[in-house]
Ligand binder design. Structure first.
Ligand code: AHR
Length: 609
């Protein structure tokens, strides 16, 4: 039986408990959240770019060949381009290149796609380029337009492609052709569909909506391993990710593909603004994944300065150097940052340099920004950080066995940020068994939400196409057209939505070994959120007893996420097999019995005064 004393709150619930963590992994940004349709738009060859995802297309007698020209580009940052040589062409026999997109390009009816590209031509080429969106199956153009005549200098060309009545599909590509002989150079070929909040260079709406439904309160950015890079010069070097796209050199991500950096620091911050959440800003701290590090001391000073500049870019007012640049880039208002994380998973730095590096960053950041809470990525021996980031990637059984992990943790130590955690069962996205492991773990985090200030599941996203996944078991899957949430995603939505602001006293006896619960209350509304997780194959009958109130209102809401087995799951073709079901239910007084079905996560929302 479960006893809940509403007049005896044990502690407050952190109002930033649930948030988001993402990075460029599993085509989370390029080929995911970032709405860009063109894949490998800049041809910067760092082992992944080159001419990949582009193919020659020619008609009739025309011929064309392509190569990367490493000596020609529209900017210092984009110093390579695609050189296209066209022969035997005329307006009736065109030739050019096609881009396949990120496993296709999603096209919707009566929709305007905004494009741009950089191009120049040699003296033999006289004419324009045609841009068309072509259906892969029919070969028919869904939309088509021409640029003005190319010149011998690099120039940016803007265009729009508007579809008419068509069937929504992702089996489309972008085709660029010319009806003239000669050599042309192309770069930064971009095509954007409508985006969330109509942001230029913005995000896919379906994925933004899915994140919003989780009721997050923060976004930890920009990673993860992505922050560190495999090598120091492959870190998230934020200064290379701001300003016009043509000035962003792109970089190799540790997840083995080139990052377009179309989603740079400002776009990340705008994403938090669009979701109305705060930023947990992770700054590069002088250690990269393959083991290179910079010792604390003078060599680290430029990296500390980069972090100070980055914070100023995010929160400095417009009288500061980096705040002024942010304003110039279109965002005068500072963003909302309370936490800065120094590095990522520095326990893997076996040289033990982290203590010194953390201390150097800490001193510089606290001196300038005393209001910021600074997160260490691993416990420290010589100083007490404000917050420590703990990561857990586990099987469901391991979470079940460890739900009391933080129950006895010293409350005088640092606060805890569970910055990455997940039950890793199911692929590409997690299954019902994982949702049960996650939900059990979340009951423990809520019970300890005086200590745990924040928690974020990882990884959040996966492109489910073959080759799209570098990390199995993710929360939200998608292809070019559609997206879906895993059962774990829905468990997160339920816990995020029904949070409350205090934890009442409670105790339980006689429950099954695989039964877990958490109870929170919203002192402002009198709402009580009883979360129950039954991970066993048999129903759990629970006698519930409330005390410390006058009256329990008779109408309650039950939100239930259930599977028939642990293996049941959602997928791109069956996206809603397992989703929460809401029903209204009657409660007879402060003592009642409730049965939780097997393999279920439930939230019972009651009201008591
Ligand atoms: O979430 C995947 C990876 O797991 C993160 O990049 C890293 O921080 C952790 O090891």
């Amino acid at each position: 039986s479960l006893q809940i004393a509403l007049d005896k709150p044990v502690h407050a619930v952190s109002q930033t408990l649930y948030g988001l963590m993402t990075e460029e992994i599993n085509f989370s940004y390029d080929g995911g959240l970032y709405a860009e349709l063109v894949r490998n738009r800049t041809f910067q060859d760092h082992g992944f770019g080159g001419v990949a995802h582009w193919n020659i297309e020619h008609y009739g007698s025309s011929r064309a060949s392509m190569e990367i020209d490493q000596a020609e580009g529209p900017s210092a940052a984009l110093s390579h381009s695609l050189a296209l040589t066209i022969t035997q062409a005329d307006p009736a026999n065109r030739a050019g290149v096609r881009n396949e997109g990120y496993w296709g390009m999603a096209l919707r009816p009566n929709t305007t796609y905004k494009g741009s590209l950089y191009a120049k031509a040699d003296s033999t080429f006289a004419g324009s380029l045609n841009l068309a969106l072509i259906n892969d199956n029919t070969g028919k153009a869904a939309a088509s337009t021409d640029t003005s005549a190319l010149t011998r200098e690099w120039k940016r060309y803007e265009f729009t492609l508007k579809t008419g009545d068509l069937e929504t599909s992702s089996e489309n590509h972008l085709l660029l052709t010319a009806g003239h002989n000669g050599r042309i150079w192309l770069d930064l070929i971009s095509l954007m569909p409508p985006t969330f909040n109509n942001r230029e260079n913005g995000n896919r709406s379906d994925l933004m909506e899915k994140m919003a439904a989780m009721h997050p309160t923060f976004l930890r950015l920009p990673g993860g391993n992505y922050l560190e890079g495999d090598q120091i010069d492959e870190r998230f070097d934020w200064k290379n990710t701001i300003g016009p796209l043509v000035d962003r050199p792109t970089h190799r991500s540790p997840w083995n593909y080139q990052s377009s950096d179309g989603m740079g620091l400002l776009e990340f911050l705008e994403w938090t603004e669009d979701l109305k959440i705060e930023t947990v800003l992770a700054v590069y701290a002088g250690y990269s994944l393959k083991g290179d590090h910079i010792q604390a001391g003078p060599a680290l000073v430029p990296y500390v300065q980069d972090a100070l500049d980055e914070i100023e870019f995010a929160i400095g007012d417009t009288s500061t150097q980096w705040g002024a640049l942010r304003a110039k880039l279109g965002h005068p208002m500072p963003f909302h940052v309370n936490y800065v994380e120094i590095g990522n998973e520095d326990q893997f730095d076996h040289s033990d340099s982290y203590e010194g590096r953390y201390a150097q960053f800490y001193k510089a950041i606290k001196t300038k920004y005393p209001q910021l809470q600074l997160i260490a990525t691993t416990p420290l021996k010589r100083m007490r950080p404000d917050v420590v980031d703990d990561h857990y990637y586990r099987r469901a059984d391991e979470f079940f066995d460890d739900v009391k992990h933080y129950d006895q943790t010293d409350r005088n130590g640092p606060k805890i940020f569970v910055g990455e955690w997940a039950t890793r069962e199911g692929s590409p996205t997690t299954n019902m068994g994982a949702a049960l492991g996650d939900a059990a773990w979340m009951t423990g985090m809520e019970r300890n939400s005086d200590l745990i200030v924040m928690a974020s599941y990882a990884p959040l996203f996966v492109n489910v196409n073959p080759g799209g996944m570098q990390w199995e078991s993710d929360l939200i899957g998608y292809d070019a057209l559609k997206s879906y949430g895993s059962p774990s995603y829905y468990a997160q939505c339920m816990f995020g939505e029904y949070l409350g602001n205090e934890v009442p006293t409670s105790s339980i006896t006689g429950e099954g070994k695989l039964f877990f619960y958490s109870v929170t209350r919203d002192s402002r509304t009198g709402k009580i959120y009883l979360k129950m997780v039954n991970a066993s194959s048999v129903p759990q009958v629970l006698d519930i007893n409330f005390s410390g109130m006058n009256k329990v209102m008779p109408v309650a809401m039950l939100i239930s996420l259930s599977g028939k087995t642990n293996a049941e799951t959602n997928s791109i073709s069956a996206p809603t097999q397992i989703v929460p079901v809401k029903t209204s239910t009657r409660i007879e007084g402060p003592n009642f019995s409730h049965t939780i079905p097997p393999y279920s996560v439930q939230v019972l929302e009651l009201e008591a005064h």
